[in-house]
Design a protein around this ligand. Structure first.
Ligand code: CTP
Length: 222
């Protein structure tokens, strides 16, 4: 079995992370994802991470690409992990080109193309928003069509109770993640569009408010 490992903060999980994880997984049979802890990020000077370690782990899990998720919490851990897990390939985005060549002594090192136009930094500073969709009414389809032409909005995930319908809806509309629960959906987005036709609309609105997620209306697109 060919084992691949990758690492990252994966703050405010976005399409760039999803592409990276998909490509990393395609390099082998088993993908291990190292998610940095809040403490490690602080220690290495990354002080503006938005999501907690737990939220970032859940977001990586929700992509469905990771076979195993571990925590990265100290310098020098990469070599330890590569040896401990018998890793064949270390993969990371091309913004790190050359930086991890020292690992070639232990396994092969692959720099994967970075996705243009999106980063956690952009999401943190509010220049791009991640949208989650709940339900499958006609208004959702209209919203998707309109939102797709707005460069400030990224539809990251959708949740429909019927998992098969949800997967079909996502592949038909090019939505990266078919969330497996409402909680997963909320973890993956900044704003939620809730279909008028949702049976549980009022519950979802309450849950969104409880989690501090704002609701998004069709007017947002005007
Ligand atoms: N990545 C990518 N394309 C992007 C953003 C990130 O391929 N647009 C990759 C990185 O190269 C890395 C992994 O995703 O291999 C995790 O990156 P991370 O630093 O967590 O995400 P960024 O969006 O780059 O975060 P920041 O803006 O805080 O630097």
């Amino acid at each position: 079995m060919k084992k691949v490992i990758t690492y990252g903060t994966f703050d405010l999980l976005h399409q760039g992370h999803i592409n990276l994880l998909r490509r990393a997984k395609a390099l082998g049979d088993y993908l291990i994802v190292g998610v940095t802890t809040e403490e490690f990020d602080l220690a290495r000077g990354k002080t503006n991470t938005h999501d907690s370690t737990e939220t970032r782990i859940e977001a990586v899990r929700a992509t469905g690409y990771a076979d195993e998720i571990i925590l990265e919490d100290h310098i020098g851990q990469k070599i330890e992990d590569i040896v401990r897990f018998g890793v064949d390939v270390f993969a990371i985005g091309s913004d790190w080109e050359g930086h991890f060549d020292y690992l070639k002594e232990y396994c092969s090192v692959v720099y994967l193309p970075r996705t243009e136009g999106i980063s956690s930094t952009m999401l943190r500073d509010g220049s791009v928003m991640r949208i989650g969709l709940l339900g499958s009414g006609r208004d959702i389809v209209e919203f998707v069509a309109a939102a797709s032409s707005n460069p400030l909005l990224r539809i990251e995930a959708a949740y429909i109770k019927d998992a098969l319908r949800c997967r079909d809806f996502c592949s038909e509309h090019g939505i990266p993640i078919a969330a497996s629960s409402v909680a997963d959906l909320f973890a993956l987005c900044d704003k939620v569009f809730i279909s008028d036709s949702c049976e549980s609309r009022e519950d979802y609105v309450r849950e969104a408010k409880r989690l501090g997620k704002s609701l998004c209306s069709k007017q947002l697109l005007v």
